[in-house]
Every structure is written in C-alpha cells, then in structure tokens.
Design a protein around this ligand. Structure first.
Ligand SMILES: CC(C)(COP(=O)(O)OP(=O)(O)OC[C@H]1O[C@@H](n2cnc3c(N)ncnc32)[C@H](O)[C@@H]1OP(=O)(O)O)[C@@H](O)C(=O)NCCC(=O)NCCS
Length: 154
C-alpha cells in the first residue's frame, strides 16, 4: 500500500431523536460536539491504523439550530498530518428528510494524536493531498497548525 492509498475520509449519518434535545426542543450543542469528536476519532484511527486521542478542538460555531427528526451527516477528512498528529475537518449538514432541504450547520477542525496502548505518541503515515480541494484544505490546515502552536506555546 502506498502512502496516498490510506483511507482519509469518513461519512456518518444519524437521525436525530428526542434523547438529543435541549430545552428548546432542538439538538443539544454538547450532543453534537460528542458526535463530531467520535467521527473525527474514527476517521483518524482508520487513517493511521492506531488508537488516537483528541488533542484539541478548534472554535466551533453553531450556525443554525438542528431540529428533531433531521438527518445529520458528518463529512470527515484528514486535512493534514504532522509527525504524530492529524488535523481532521468535520462538516456537519442537516437534512429535512421530507422536503430534502439541506443546511450546513457546522464545520470544525479537530487535532488527533496517534498513541500506542501505553499512551506514547507514534508516527502517522504522511498524508499527501492529490485533488485541488485537498491541496487547498492542506494549505489552510498548515496555517491553522502554525497558529495553534503559536497560541498554545508555553
Ligand atoms: C495528546 C498527547 C498524547 C500529546 O502528548 P505530548 O507529550 O504533548 O506529545 P508531543 O509533544 O509529542 O506532541 C504530540 C503532537 O501534538 C502536538 N501538540 C502538542 N502540544 C500542542 C499544543 N499545545 N498546541 C498544538 N499542538 C500541540 C505536537 O505538535 C505533536 O504533533 P506532531 O507530532 O504532528 O508535530 C497528550 O497531550 C495527552 O495525552 N493529552 C490528553 C488527551 C486526551 O485525554 N484527550 C481527551 C480529552 S477529554
């Protein structure tokens, strides 16, 4: 297998239900964040073939409320790899299944670090973007990584 053959995208859909509700009857923000983290985790682990932990979640905006009964789809992709870390982009879209209206509700960037069973960091396969959109995301992810390192330096 060559480096560029590693699966770097993942899609998950879930129908929202009353257990996910907030007091206004929409989807609770924390529920959405949990799902985003899980999707990013699955995308990262499948890409690198190892366990991963969440290092950071970039700023998240809830642009539109998600209503009960809408179909949520999470589109995840590896945007960039460092030595042991991966930036995973997750785009969330909500679909009204009867009208088929689709709304882009959130996008966020999660940094996952590959670790072994003892929690020691391990190298990930380098991600090489091929399409124009992948190259664009890769360049943008590189800038975000530099910003994170600058903002979080001790
Ligand atoms: C993730 C973790 C294993 C990293 O450990 P560490 O000792 O910082 O490891 P390293 O210094 O080797 O850094 C690992 C990667 O994280 C990046 N990183 C570490 N600290 C960072 C920071 N403050 N800002 C941005 N990136 C950072 C490094 O650049 C490195 O990436 P690279 O190898 O691609 O260059 C450790 O911080 C941890 O266990 N955190 C808790 C994870 C967790 O429990 N998550 C669930 C949250 S509830």
């Amino acid at each position: 297998m060559t480096e560029s053959n590693y699966t770097h995208t993942l899609t998950m859909s879930i129908l929202t239900n009353t257990e996910m509700a907030n007091f206004a009857g929409n989807i609770h923000g924390g529920q959405l964040l949990k799902l985003v983290d899980e999707v990013a985790y699955a995308c990262a682990c499948r890409y690198c073939g190892n366990f991963c932990v969440t290092l950071s979640v970039d700023q998240v905006f809830f642009k539109k409320p998600i209503k009960m009964g809408q179909l949520l789809t999470f589109l995840a992709s590896v945007n960039y790899t460092g030595t042991t870390s991966m930036e995973i982009g997750v785009k969330v879209i909500a679909e009204d299944v009867t009208s088929r209206t689709v709304t882009h509700t959130n996008s966020c960037y999660i940094t996952m670090v590959a670790t072994n069973e003892k929690g020691k960091t391990i190298k990930v396969p380098p991600y090489i973007p091929t399409t124009n959109i992948e190259k664009k995301r890769h360049t943008q992810a590189q800038k975000r990584r530099a910003l994170r390192l600058e903002v979080n330096k001790d």
